[in-house]
Design a binder for this molecule. Structure first.
Ligand code: ATP
Ligand code: MG
Length: 415
């Protein structure tokens, strides 16, 4: 990608009304734009990060045997009345059409997936299976001041699983805990598995929490045995004894990146979701649901991976792998040599499948190119200048030192 032809939205100042760090830096670096409180546009750089997060989540969902669907955002009032959530779910966005019909914008999709799932379920032989989607959700959140961490419109992965028995649900649920750990580790995030209230029939649900100072949740956790609970269900203070192993616990702010629940028959009952067992008896289907906050993850990555110069994306989600800068000067003859050497580097890395953006812009100072490159946070920076001759200077974002290498030795640094 040639930067001279790339719409570049970076700017000096974040909007004054943006309180959250993640949105401030993502706006300044040109990844997102604020449309209104809790609603953001994803710009070309930002969408590349979002798609990378999605890709990792999708790969792991597919590998776990789940099947992708796409459910509608617009949903009928009747489905929400069946479960009582038309009245009880305070964040539900409601719409009235010109025919005076009422609809909801999906904040989650149990009310939609259950009747859809029923179409594929007759006997025990049809179970188990899992359906997931990656889709925009809407919630009328009272406070939307945390940037991508709390949107009124946001992207979520939601998976729903269908089972003959609680035992079978538990096997699937346990496997999902492992799948979630793998996803967060591929994203470069350390996520604690935290017990939380809100398990519908079980004592706890599980959340995955990334500890970060701007997170909205409070987590009590033990570094010795891995015990971790959300504040909602635990009143312990810093230094109190861990209920599992007695070691003093820590209290930290966290942000929930994923949440998994055993729904059991909570939604099967109102919709009559059932199957016929081996004895010919009708039984209720047991369900689980498993969410991941895709756009929130992008905000959390910005909260976790930055320094005072800008972002530092982990390679797995970075918008590009390499950022090549051509530093042009006053001397046209030298500029021609720099242009041809940098083009050679660019074409070579492209041919090797490296996702590279090349700052080929004329009339932009070296200082500005370096500052913007640090702000955008691509993992590897390559520089061609009058000093580099037929070599190229390479530095990892966040490192102090650069190295000067031949084109033929470049691959280990960028792959
Ligand atoms: P929270 O406790 O943060 O309000 P939740 O428990 O209501 O979230 P779920 O309904 O389980 O969230 O949604 C699944 C995932 O979607 C969450 O783990 C979170 O990562 C993400 N998520 C939830 N609400 C929002 C939001 N308003 N903006 C961005 N992401 C969200
Ligand atoms: Mg929660």
């Amino acid at each position: 990608m040639l930067q001279s032809q790339y719409p570049y939205f970076a700017r000096k100042e974040a909007p004054k009304d943006e309180e959250s760090y993640n949105a401030q830096i993502l706006i300044r670096a040109g990844f997102i734009e604020k449309i209104m409180a809790g609603v953001y546009a994803f710009l070309p750089l930002g969408l590349r990060v979002l798609r990378n997060i999605e890709r990792i989540v999708r790969e792991e969902m597919d590998a776990a045997g789940a099947h992708e669907v796409l459910l509608p955002v617009l949903s009928p009032k009747e489905n929400w009345q069946k479960t009582g959530r038309w009245e009880s779910l305070d964040v539900l966005f409601k719409l009235i059409s010109r025919e005076k019909k009422e609809y909801a914008l999906g904040p989650t999709h149990e009310e939609i997936i259950v009747p859809v799932g029923q179409k594929a379920i007759f006997s025990y032989r049809d179970l188990p299976f899992g359906l997931y989607q990656i889709q925009t959700k809407f919630r009328d959140e009272p406070r939307a001041k945390s940037g991508l961490l709390r949107g009124r419109e946001f992207l979520m992965k939601d998976l729903y699983s269908f089972h003959t028995s609680v035992e079978d649900l538990e096997v699937y649920y346990k496997n999902m805990l492992a799948v979630y750990k793998k996803i967060f580790s591929r994203l470069g995030l350390e996520a604690l598995q935290v017990e939380a209230s809100g398990g519908t029939f079980s004592k706890y649900s599980h959340e995955f929490q990334v500890l970060t100072p701007n997170g909205e949740d409070t987590i009590i956790h033990c570094s010795a045995c891995g015990f971790a609970q959300n504040r909602e269900i635990n009143t312990q203070q810093e230094g109190d004894a861990c209920p599992t192993c007695g070691t003093p616990v820590h209290i930290s702010a966290g942000s929930e990146v994923g949440n998994i629940f055993q729904l059991k028959t909570k939604y099967s009952t109102p919709f009559g979701l059932s199957y016929t067992d081996a004895q010919g008896v009708t039984q209720e289907v047991q369900m689980g649901c498993y969410g991941i906050g895709i756009s929130r993850l992008m905000g959390i990555l910005a909260e976790v991976y930055h320094d005072d110069k800008g972002l530092l994306w982990p390679k797995s989600v970075a918008p590009f792998h390499a950022h090549l800068l051509a530093l042009l000067g006053q001397d046209e003859e030298q500029n021609n040599a720099i242009r041809s050497q940098s083009m050679r580097v660019y074409e070579f890395l492209k041919s090797k499948g490296i996702e590279i953006i090349f700052d080929d812009r004329a009339n932009v100072s070296a200082g500005q190119k370096f500052a913007e490159s640090d702000l955008v946070g691509i993992p590897v920076r390559l520089v061609v200048s009058q000093k580099t001759g037929d070599k190229v200077e390479i530095k990892r974002r966040g490192d102090e030192k650069s190295v000067l290498v031949d084109l033929s030795d470049i691959m280990p640094y960028v792959s």
